[in-house]
Structure formats: structure tokens, C-alpha cells
Design a protein around this ligand. Structure first.
Ligand code: GLA
Length: 394
């Protein structure tokens, strides 16, 4: 926290340095990245997910302007981008700015009084690593616009706008998980979300003096991800379309029980059946994981993580060699209670639950084992569950 507030002050000072101190009040917010503990590729199937917000975040500082101009400064890449609120378009030269532009555009389309502003931001969420730096940037932008424009909007509405901005403006067809957890995460908790009703419950994580969450970055950038992601989505839709002929009440894979699926599985083309089987079982694994965490059954939770990884690898086919190696290497280490790939896949990170007293040795050995097998030096982050997007008082 101290460290985050120090960083927040640096971002505010940068704002003044780059744009001058206009004497206007400065709003400072943070919005975190996330790691998904279990429930992968279920969000766009109306299913269940169990992510947590991490202690890595985007920090954004902004002050209002009296014209309709928005001037952005990205501290980490020393990049600028400006536009008028009267005409918001994509900037191919500063792709990072599109997440902000999209959110402001959609807020305006909602009739909300977005104001012109000077704005600087910086973050320590690894980019393109599957830790949702884009959702964090969107949520930071939405909250900043709300504070600078002094209007009210419910957090869930802001989350939906951020997702819509990513879908329609940036052009990535993601589900709602990442924006939701960046908006509504809670310190010390995972968030169990029903992606259909958007009802959620906070699930306490095991005490951090006993267990740690370790995120292991394979450093493989998710190259294939957009096309493969969209392909998975349409395979799931295909599955629904066919299953509806036998089960008319089914609106999404979320509505198919494990028993019904066993009955009608052979009506589906092989590849579609594999994709559906993953989703249907993964939804059940999320429900079982919530129960396991609530009753302190770490062993059971670890087994569910293992089953999730194997299903993503063999049925949904979104893992890759490096993710599999990272998971296998982790499993052999002292203190490892669970390991799986996390996020969309094809690279990015794995998530591990590790006994606190073994975590230092675990991190060292995993780094060494992965580097030895792949020749790539990974990044490892020991993370804690943190609060979602909020205003910072400096
Ligand atoms: C990406 C998307 C999410 C979700 C995950 C897979 O992170 O942005 O909406 O679909 O992949 O679980």
C-alpha cells in the first residue's frame, strides 16, 4: 500500500510536470489487474468464474479542463495522445489510448457529462501476459471520468461499459470477467461471479501467512489468442445450437448439466463436443472450488485446479508447451498445492497456490526449472488479493 501511494504521487507529479499545474483539483484512482483462480472460458458461456484482483495496478491521475479536449500521457512508454470529446476515434499510433477513448465514448453515449481533462497514468500489471492490464486501464479510465465529471454511475454499469468498449471500440470480443474483478475485487478475497445474473459473492482466501498465490509468467506472448478465442466462442455457440434441438430450455452451455451432456454428447461434431465438455465440467469445478475454499479444503481445491488445467490442455486446447511445462515443473516442487494455466491461454501465466513457508524456495526452483527446460527466464509474482478500482486519497 505504501508503495502504491508513493507511485500514485509520482503519477500525479508527472501530470503536473507534463501538463502544468492548472490549479484544478486532481483526482487519482487505481484499478488492479487480476488472476483467475478457476473457471476459464466460462464467462462468455453465461457460466461461473473465480478470479481475484491482484496487488498490481494501473494508477491514473487527472484534472478537469474547461474545453472538450482530452490530453493523455502514458508515463511508462513516454507517449502522448490527444483528442476532442466531440469526435472520438481510434488512434493507431497510440493503441494504448484506445482503451481510454472507448470508455469515454461509451460513457458519453450514455448521456453522461464526461469532461475534458489532462490525464497521466502508469502501471505495473505485466502487458499481454493474461493479467488483464487492458481491463485495468478501462476501469481506471471509467472511474477517472466519473470523478472528474462529477457524475454518478453504479460500479456494475461502469464494468459493463468497460467491457462494451473493449468489444465494440477496441475490437476484442472478451467476456465480462476481467472488468468485473478489476471493478469489484476485495482485499483477501476471491470473487465468485455468475456471469449470467452478474450476482457475486466474495470468497475468503486462505490466510496469507499460510498460503500464497504465485503467478508465473511464461513470457510467451499470446500471439494466436484473438482468432483462437473467437473460434472457441463460435464452437461453443454451435454446441448450444445443436443441444437445443434435444434440450429446448438450454440458452447457453451454462444450462447443460453433466448428466444431460453425457446423454447427447454424441450428437455433436467431435471438436465441438470437446469444447462443450470443458465448459460444462469447468462450471461445476468452480462451484466445487467455492465450496472447498469455504471449508478450508485446500487439497480438494488443488485437485480441481489440476483437472481444470488438464481440461484446458486436452479438451479446450488453449494451453501451449510452455504453460504445460510451467505447470508440471511447479507440481514437483515442495509446497505446491495447485497449479494451472490462467486467462485466455496460448502463453501468458500460470497460477499457483503455494504453502507460505515454502514460497521462497518454490519461486527460486520454479524459475530455475523453467529456464532450464525452455531457455526462457520467467517472471514470478507472489501476489495478494487486493481491492478493486477505487479513488486514492493522497
Ligand atoms: C480473457 C477474456 C475473459 C475470459 C478469459 C478466459 O481473459 O478477456 O473474458 O474469457 O480470457 O477465461
Amino acid at each position: 500500500m505504501a508503495n502504491m501511494l508513493e507511485r500514485a504521487k509520482l503519477v500525479r507529479d508527472k501530470l503536473w510536470e507534463v501538463f502544468g499545474d492548472s490549479g484544478q483539483p486532481v483526482e487519482v484512482v487505481k484499478a488492479p489487474g487480476r488472476v483467475n483462480l478457476i473457471g476459464e472460458h466460462t464467462d462468455y458461456n453465461d457460466g461461473f468464474v473465480l478470479p481475484m484482483a491482484v496487488d498490481r495496478e494501473i494508477i491514473m491521475a487527472a484534472s478537469p479542463r474547461d474545453d472538450h479536449q482530452v490530453h493523455l500521457y502514458a508515463v511508462d512508454v513516454d507517449g502522448k495522445s490527444s483528442f476532442s470529446l466531440d469526435r472520438i476515434e481510434k488512434d493507431p499510433q497510440a493503441a494504448w489510448s484506445n482503451y481510454i477513448r472507448g470508455v469515454l465514448l461509451l460513457l458519453q453515449e450514455r448521456g453522461l457529462p464526461v469532461r475534458g481533462m489532462n490525464c497521466a497514468f502508469s502501471g505495473d500489471v505485466p502487458l499481454a501476459a493474461g493479467m488483464s492490464s487492458s481491463a485495468a486501464l478501462e476501469m481506471a479510465s471509467g472511474l477517472t471520468a466519473r470523478l472528474v465529471g462529477q457524475f454518478e454511475i453504479d460500479m456494475v454499469d461502469l464494468i459493463k461499459i468497460a467491457q462494451a468498449a473493449e468489444n465494440t471500440f477496441v475490437g476484442v470480443n472478451c467476456g465480462i470477467m476481467d472488468q468485473f474483478i478489476s471493478g469489484l475485487g476485495k482485499k483477501g478475497h476471491a470473487l465468485f461471479l455468475d456471469c449470467r445474473s452478474l450476482g457475486y459473492e466474495l470468497v475468503p482466501l486462505p490466510p496469507t501467512d499460510q498460503y500464497k498465490i504465485v503467478i508465473a509468467n511464461t513470457m510467451v506472448k499470446r500471439g494466436l489468442v484473438d482468432s483462437a478465442y473467437n473460434e472457441r466462442r463460435s464452437q461453443c455457440e454451435k454446441g448450444v445450437e445443436i443441444l437445443q434441438q434435444y434440450l429446448p430450455q438450454v440458452k447457453a452451455l451454462r444450462d447443460v448439466t453433466v448428466a444431460d451432456f453425457a446423454k447427447y454428447k454424441d450428437k455433436l461434431p467431435g471438436i465441438v463436443a470437446k469444447r462443450c465438455e470443458h465448459i460444462i465440467a469447468e462450471n461445476q469445478r468452480v462451484l466445487d472450488s467455492v465450496q472447498a475454499l469455504r471449508t478450508g479444503d485446500i487439497e480438494r481445491f488443488g485437485l480441481l485446479m489440476k483437472a481444470s488445467h488438464e481440461s484446458l490442455r486436452d479438451l479446450y486446447e488453449v494451453s501451449c508447451e510452455e504453460l504445460d511445462l510451467m505447470v508440471e515443473a511447479a507440481r514437483e516442487l515442495e509446497g505446491s498445492c495447485g497449479a494451472r494455466m490462467t486467462g485466455a491461454g496460448f502463453g501468458g501465466c500460470t497460477v499457483n497456490l503455494v504453502k507460505a513457508d515454502a514460497v521462497e524456495a518454490f519461486v527460486g526452483s520454479l524459475r530455475e526449472a523453467y529456464a532450464r527446460k525452455t531457455g526462457i527466464s520467467p517472471e514470478l509474482y507472489v501476489c495478494e488479493a487486493e481491492d478493486g478500482a477505487k479513488r486514492l486519497a493522497l
